[in-house]
Design a protein around this ligand. Structure first.
Ligand SMILES: Nc1ncnc2c1ncn2[C@@H]1O[C@H](COP(=O)(O)OP(=O)(O)O)[C@@H](O)[C@H]1O
Ligand SMILES: [Mg+2]
Length: 325
């Protein structure tokens, strides 16, 4: 069973650290393949943090290293302020994790699976079965065999298994995998409610928009390297500004704007122009664009600023990286 709600002694006060997860130079190789490459990760406490990257980026490997399921080749790490591996037992007593996907004994019921996990923990864990089951909306199916559960139900039971340890930190590997849109929405609400209680949730995902909707902060990982990290709002503040302009004579409109010193990338579309302005462009520039068009005799039907999304930012960052390679 890879649901890591292992039996560890608890009772020690959490070490004072603002970081739920901190790694420096963390590296894990499989032969020539560097799955985790010098990762510097700082996960603030009390947030939902997304470890975002495509398949094969090294997300599961990083989580396995953090949990001590495989050893690091280089680097240091700590969980909740406890250095790992030195104080792994104390740290992991406060951590609940699902790696790859939750696995349970299929021939046993959901409740029986949780009872087995609780029995391996501190005595108080035995009283933490019903409320997690209720919490994840599985009370009504708790006495059905796990083999009859859908993927969404297994994921929810996995979160319930994490909660048996009343963890400060939850590490969830691709918790949205295999869920339908309603299941994803449920998982998202569950994660947000755990964060609202003051827990930290680190989740890995290859789903950009899910991370954007669920997480406060994000690290973007590719080929084992963390490319960027930080609060999503701060990352997006560095994104370029996009404008959609509906107007008459789009070709002439573009020529007019290109005749000014406004720094912009302009594309002509059927209804008008798509304009990209560099990050940090003053809002006055938008007014200036409208003025140039109107004074040039163009009919301006609509001018809309497109909200920067993590996806557009991500594409900018990755294409910039592609350019520099
Ligand atoms: N046990 C293993 N042995 C050899 N290579 C592995 C092993 N686990 C993962 N890898 C390789 O490490 C890289 C990262 O894999 P993984 O951490 O599973 O990525 P992700 O979870 O982001 O999809 C991949 O190239 C994968 O093939
Ligand atoms: Mg994975």
């Amino acid at each position: 069973m890879s649901t890591t709600s292992l039996a560890y002694t608890s009772g020690n006060k959490a070490a004072a650290s603002q970081w739920a997860v901190e790694t420096h130079g963390l590296t894990k190789r499989f032969g020539e393949n560097v799955a985790v490459n010098g990762v510097e990760l700082l996960v603030p406490r009390g947030c939902a943090f997304g470890y975002l990257g495509p398949n094969g980026a090294g997300k599961t490997t990083l989580i396995r290293v953090l949990l001590g399921l495989t050893h690091a080749d280089a680097g240091t790490m700590s969980l909740l302020g406890y250095p790992v591996p030195k104080r792994r037992d104390v740290a992991l007593a406060r951590v609940g994790a699902i790696v790859d996907e939750p696995r349970f004994h299929g021939h046993l019921t959901g409740r029986q699976n949780l009872q087995i996990l609780a029995a391996a923990r501190e005595p108080a864990a035995r009283d933490r079965i019903e409320s997690p089951l209720a919490r994840v909306g599985m009370l009504h199916r708790a006495d059905d065999r796990v083999s009859k559960y859908s993927m969404g139900m297994r994921q929810r039971l996995g979160v319930a298994a994490c909660l048996i340890g009343d963890p400060e930190l939850l590490i969830l590997d691709e918790p949205m995998n295999g869920l339908d849109p309603a299941g994803m929405a449920d998982m998202r609400d569950m994660i947000l409610s755990l964060v609202a209680e003051g827990r930290t949730v680190v989740l890995s995902s290859h789903l950009l928009d899910e991370v954007e909707r669920t997480c406060d902060a994000v690290a973007i990982v590719d080929h084992g390297n963390v490319i960027r990290q930080g609060p999503i709002s701060e990352l997006l503040a560095g994104a370029s500004l996009a404008l959609q302009v509906e107007c008459s004579e789009p070709d002439r409109a573009r020529a007019l704007l290109e005749g000014t010193n406004i720094e912009a990338h302009i594309e002509v579309g059927q209804l008008g122009l798509g304009i990209t302005l560099p990050a940090g462009t003053a809002r006055d520039v938008i007014a200036e664009i409208a003025r140039v068009l109107v004074e040039g005799g163009i009919s301006l039907y609509r001018l809309q600023e497109i909200q920067a999304s993590l996806e557009s930012w991500f594409l900018q960052v990755t294409s910039r990286l592609g350019d520099s390679e």
